[in-house]
Design a protein around this ligand. Structure first.
Ligand SMILES: Cc1ncc(C[n+]2csc(CCOP(=O)(O)OP(=O)(O)O)c2C)c(N)n1
Ligand SMILES: [Mg+2]
Length: 253
């Protein structure tokens, strides 16, 4: 059981680029678990990523076709591949900076066209790979290498953004909610149309260190404490809602 996902990994790749405590490795595991649960044939899959730490999740690890493309252009490449061969199951896996900053235009138009892609956005609220610059998902007041005194811009709510643009499967979960996340990835893969999952993934090296979140384990605990379902959120009022992150499915079909 512990090694049942090894068949999906390239045997020649012996290590990952992820820092200790990074959530991207957990996400990698959960994506493969969803693929394994569905019994999908890797020959029918294509994984597309842009540039960034998150873009290393499929490539070079996954033992299948992976397209490691240009920064911000994963959805454009994925759209082309899907149009060329509609039988392909095309999954985009990339970061918040890649998909929502430089790639924001492709994101909204992919959603508007309801292109049949599964898009998994690993949101660590920062540009992790390039030195911790502020992303369009960095919280107000967050310390980053380009906002040492605190980010002055409000972040995007990525789920609201793609919902407004027309995406037909939209969900948000954190890597601390593995069972819900695996079931959501399975639904997203099976959904015909533009599926988008925002996955909250802690970055201890660039985000936690700058924002004094103590340890990687503490970052996971904070995520666990912050994530609430829609039902839980309805029971909360005023101050109790502050800092909470709404998780769940926002649209399914
Ligand atoms: C055209 C272009 N601009 C900028 C860069 C530098 N760059 C590479 S990855 C990245 C941000 C990555 O952030 P994110 O997508 O959030 O991934 P993370 O590393 O946080 O997982 C930037 C700015 C680039 N490679 N190409
Ligand atoms: Mg990021």
């Amino acid at each position: 059981m512990a090694r049942d996902l090894e068949q999906y990994l390239r045997p020649e790749v012996k290590s990952t680029p992820f820092c200790p405590g990074c959530g991207h490795g957990i996400l990698m595991n959960l994506i493969l678990r969803a693929i394994n649960d569905l019994g999908l044939d890797m020959e029918q899959m294509l994984f597309v990523s842009g540039i960034g730490c998150a873009a290393w999740i499929p490539s070079p690890h996954f033992n299948g076709d992976t397209l490691h493309t240009l920064h911000g252009r994963a959805i454009a490449f994925a759209t082309g591949a899907k149009m060329f061969d509609p039988r392909l199951n095309v999954m985009v896996i990339s970061g918040d900076g890649d998909l929502a900053s430089i790639g924001g235009n492709h994101l909204i138009h992919g959603a508007r066209r309801d292109t049949d892609l599964t898009v998994i956005c690993a949101n660590n609220q920062i540009y992790g790979m390039t030195g911790g610059q502020a992303a369009p998902t960095s919280p107000l007041g967050a310390s980053t290498s380009t906002s040492e005194e605190g980010n002055i811009y409000a972040p995007f709510d990525l789920c609201k953004l793609v919902l407004a643009a027309g995406a037909t499967y939209v969900a948000r979960y954190s890597v601390t909610q593995p069972l819900s996340l695996v079931s959501s990835i399975k639904k997203a893969i099976q959904h015909k149309g533009f599926s988008f999952i925002e996955v909250l993934s802690p970055c201890p090296t660039q985000f936690g260190r700058r924002n004094r979140l103590e340890t990687p384990a503490r970052m996971l605990e904070i995520l666990m404490e912050s994530c609430v379902s829609m039902d839980e959120a309805r029971e909360l009022e005023g101050e109790d809602l502050e800092g909470k992150i709404l998780t769940g499915e926002f649209r399914d079909g």
